[in-house]
Write a protein that binds this ligand. Structure first.
Ligand code: FES
Length: 264
């Protein structure tokens, strides 16, 4: 799953918190510049370590329950009243890590052994690379609370066959490529009939100094389109939730990928 654009983790210690399949995950940039992801679970008594959605760890990740501290790469640094216990094995008590990687400036995590990112996204590289996504920064972000199952916005995006520069990457990422900006949506299920959708508008940092920079116009235009699309999804949710509905297949590619994932 895509958890963020790398601009959110620009410097060591910056992190975002994400919930994936019921697990709380911390994605953080280490002192060596590498982005890693950890379960948000202390190795001492299992407390949740981090409670805020994003921020910057000063130099270590600290669990406030009994003050165990971890390096930004997950290694246990300090364990008060424990580290002098015979046979205490600090090396075995690093934060549990999940797979994380960066592709074209987008950070992905996987709880299961992942397919290599380059292979998974190979078909998109030629399209996406000229947009220099890694160099862009979010000039504006909006979160939408949509009363629909996450699969409905995904189908909505995937089935719009007329759009040639819009890509959906299963299971939670949409990328819209425009000549001078990009739009990145990530989907976050909040329940069977509720989805939080995070949208970033990414521009090159130097664009804001140009006379013809129209960030607000761009955002207002797409915000209106987004809301129309999410409303269509909410109408679909109301329709598919009743017994009189007979399921149909609309976005066949999405349906096949969803089935492949569910049975694998
Ligand atoms: S549970 Fe984290 S330090 Fe004790």
């Amino acid at each position: 799953m895509c958890v963020a654009h790398q601009g959110e983790l620009a410097t060591p210690g910056e992190f975002v918190l994400r919930e994936v399949a019921g697990e709380s995950l911390i994605a953080v940039r280490g002192a060596d510049g590498t982005v890693r992801a950890f379960y948000n679970v202390c190795r001492h008594r299992g407390s949740r370590i981090c409670e805020v959605a994003r921020g910057r760890f000063p130099s270590v990740i600290r669990c406030v329950h009994h003050n165990w501290t971890y390096e930004l790469d997950g290694r246990l640094r300090g364990a008060p009243h424990s580290s002098d216990v015979p046979d205490f094995d600090a090396d075995a008590l690093a934060l549990r890590q999940v797979a994380a990687g960066v592709w074209e400036g987008l950070i992905f995590v996987s709880l299961a052994p992942p397919e290599p990112l380059e292979a998974a996204c190979a078909q998109l590289r030629a399209e996406v690379a000229p947009l220099t996504l890694p160099m862009r920064r979010a000039a504006r972000s909006i979160e939408y609370d949509v009363a629909a199952n996450w699969k409905l916005p995904f189908e909505n995006y995937a089935e719009d066959y007329g759009r040639t520069r819009f890509y959906s990457i299963f299971p939670n990422l949409f990328v819209g490529l425009h000549p001078d900006y990009a739009m990145v949506h990530t989907l976050w299920p909040e329940g069977p009939a509720r989805t939080r959708i995070h949208c970033d508008w990414l521009f090159l940092p130097e664009a804001s100094g140009r006379d013809d920079f129209r960030r607000d116009d761009t955002v207002a235009f797409w915000d209106k389109i987004n809301r129309q699309n999410w409303h269509a999804c909410e109408l679909s949710q109301l329709g598919v939730a009743v017994r009189s509905n007979e399921p149909g297949s609309i976005a066949a590619v999405f349906d096949r990928e969803y089935l492949r994932t569910m049975v694998s």
